[in-house]
Design a protein around this ligand. Structure first.
Ligand SMILES: Nc1ncnc2c1ncn2[C@@H]1O[C@H](COP(=O)(O)OP(=O)(O)OP(=O)(O)O)[C@@H](O)[C@H]1O
Ligand SMILES: [Mg+2]
Length: 286
């Protein structure tokens, strides 16, 4: 029994690669393999074209997998400082203070790790992964447990690092709405196998678009729309018309039929819905 098999994962340089899959599908295992925390029984792992064991490449890799490895009785600052010293970072105090600022943890610098909240620990973990100016980041659920502000901070930090310094990021998360704000590529894993890998533009193409309409009586509106459209879906919040791209055609048709429209817009399904569709189509395949 293998945790992952025939994976074939490709993370292009400069990408933010959103790695998604259900619990136990093999995300953390894959990330541990890439980081060298687990040894593969077969296959090949290359980083920037070099074997993953290459010391030069490994030293430019920042990692946060599952939980930040910290000493519970040491403070946030001390924990970062110890890591900075281990990594031989020049002017470690300056680097640690800079990173604490980046993840908005200056106020918690003197707090013992064991007394940090889940979100504080996550922010510390992100700061830890950024020590030593990495070229590649492997982040396993770094936004898990963060409040809205914490998510924004991590999002902006990662986007900055990616856009301004070209840092390549592999990030797994179950918070798909948040992931879709930053990912340029996606990989979907199921049962230890990669079932889809695509650029964000390919995913956008596969995400169905529709005209969304909401009226006082959606049930009645749907029966009127059925006179012209055939690919429709009635949902709790309104009606989706998949076989129309121009919202004014729908509002015009409804106006002709005496229906007042409360809300109308052109939309596309999001990552979350796309992912659920892919997973349900694949039921029984793996
Ligand atoms: N230390 C371990 N010993 C044995 N099996 C393990 C171990 N860690 C993980 N597994 C198994 O490997 C498979 C993949 O687990 P993994 O932790 O990679 O999943 P995941 O995609 O990260 O899930 P989650 O979303 O819950 O974090 C699962 O079947 C899991 O039970
Ligand atoms: Mg995991």
């Amino acid at each position: 029994m293998y945790a992952v098999q025939d994976l074939n994962l490709h993370v292009p340089e400069g990408a933010i690669y959103g790695f998604i899959g259900e619990n136990g599908s093999g995300k953390s295992t894959t990330e541990k393999l890439i980081c060298g925390l687990l040894v593969p029984s077969a296959g090949e792992i290359k980083l920037f074209g070099k074997p993953y064991t290459d010391a030069g490449v490994r030293s430019r890799m920042g990692v946060l997998i599952e939980n930040p490895g910290c000493f519970p009785n040491s403070t946030v600052y001390q924990n970062l400082m110890m890591q900075a010293l281990n990594l031989n970072i020049k002017d470690p105090d300056k680097e640690v203070r800079h990173l604490l600022e980046l993840v908005s943890m200056v106020g918690a610098a003197g707090r013992k790790f064991k007394e940090c909240s889940l979100g504080m620990k996550q922010r510390l973990g992100v700061a830890q992964s950024l020590l030593g100016n990495p070229r590649m980041l492997i982040l396993d659920e770094p936004i898990n447990g963060l409040d809205a502000d914490g998510m924004r901070i991590v999002r902006e930090t990662l986007l900055d690092l990616n856009r301004e310094q070209g840092v390549t990021i592999l990030i797994s998360s179950h918070i798909l709405g948040e992931l879709s704000k930053i990912a340029t590529h996606y990989g979907i894993i199921r049962g230890g196998k990669l079932i889809r890998e695509m650029h964000e533009s390919e995913m956008a193409q596969e995400c169905k678009s529709f005209v969304f309409v909401k009226t006082v009586n959606n049930f009645r509106t749907a029966s009127i729309l059925a006179g012209k459209y055939h690919e429709m879906e009635e949902r709790d919040d309104g009606i989706r018309i998949y076989d129309e791209e121009v919202s004014s055609n729908v509002s015009g048709y409804l106006f002709e039929n005496g229906v007042a429209v409360d809300e109308i817009s052109y939309q596309r399904i999001g990552l979350e819905e796309y992912y659920i569709q892919v997973m349900s189509q694949r039921k029984g395949v793996n």
